[in-house]
Ligand binder design. Structure first.
Ligand SMILES: Nc1ncnc2c1ncn2[C@@H]1O[C@H](COP(=O)(O)OP(=O)(O)O)[C@@H](O)[C@H]1O
Ligand SMILES: O=c1ccn([C@@H]2O[C@H](COP(=O)(O)O)[C@@H](O)[C@H]2O)c(=O)[nH]1
Length: 201
């Protein structure tokens, strides 16, 4: 079963995904769309800072679609790895299929080809002021960004692309949840995953 978890930057997608992983541990495979950002290692850091990372073209979604198909067919994939602090691809890792696969990312419901492979589509909703405040705290601590860069990027690309490409995908969601620390939503997903895992036994 493939679960897609979308929502704006800072909405709580990773928090929600990690909570599912914590429950099911090795039974669940997480694939983050972020790992499929295109490589820009030929550019300087200053040039890379100005790329629009919130446009669908910034991601190699075709490769993700192929990888999801392979995993569904029971085949392993060579998944790219991405380093946010340098905006670069950092090698790859071998990933083996699992019965429950979670795809997570701001634009995970944007591509029709990808949507067609997803069984449960979740959109994590959160107010834009909460999202930017969380992003500031996270990106200064974990992604090596300055406050000035975060504000500049938010106004130039993150907010307009959210309005144009991310927010409209909520219409495709089966479930829209209020934030990533949503215990009731977690319970619903837990029940569904448990039933799928039991089918196998
Ligand atoms: N409901 C919440 N209340 C407080 N902090 C939260 C909440 N949800 C997420 N966070 C924090 O906000 C930051 C962004 O959340 P994250 O799950 O990484 O969002 P996303 O993956 O959607 O960008 C993280 O540091 C996380 O710990
Ligand atoms: O090199 C990069 C790649 C992406 N970003 C930003 O990341 C977010 C998506 O990640 P979330 O965990 O959902 O916040 C996206 O809004 C991009 O702007 C980046 O800054 N640099």
């Amino acid at each position: 079963m493939i679960i897609g978890i979308a929502g704006g930057s800072g909405s709580g997608k990773t928090t929600f995904t990690n909570a599912i992983k914590e429950m099911f541990k090795e039974d669940v495979l997480i694939i983050r769309h972020d790992d499929y950002y295109k490589d820009h290692s030929n550019l300087s850091f200053e040039e890379k800072k100005h790329i629009n990372y919130d446009h669908p073209d910034a991601l190699e979604t075709n490769l993700l679609v192929e990888h999801v198909k392979q995993l569904k067919d029971g085949q392993p994939i060579e998944k790219p790895l991405y380093d946010f602090s340098t905006h670069d691809r950092k090698g790859s890792e071998m990933i083996f299929p699992k019965k429950i696969i979670i795809l997570e990312g701001i634009l995970i419901l944007e591509s029709k080809a990808l949507r067609n492979l997803i069984d449960i589509k979740v959109y994590v909703d959160a107010a834009s002021d909460e999202r930017i405040l969380r992003r500031i705290l996270r990106d200064t601590k974990k992604r090596g960004r300055t406050l000035e860069d975060i504000c500049d990027q938010y106004l130039k690309t993150v907010r307009p692309m959210h309005e144009k490409y991310v927010e409209p995908t909520r219409k495709y969601a089966d479930i829209i949840i209020n934030g990533g620390m949503n215990k009731m939503a977690l319970e619903l997903i837990r029940t569904k995953i448990e039933s799928v895992l039991q089918e196998e036994v």
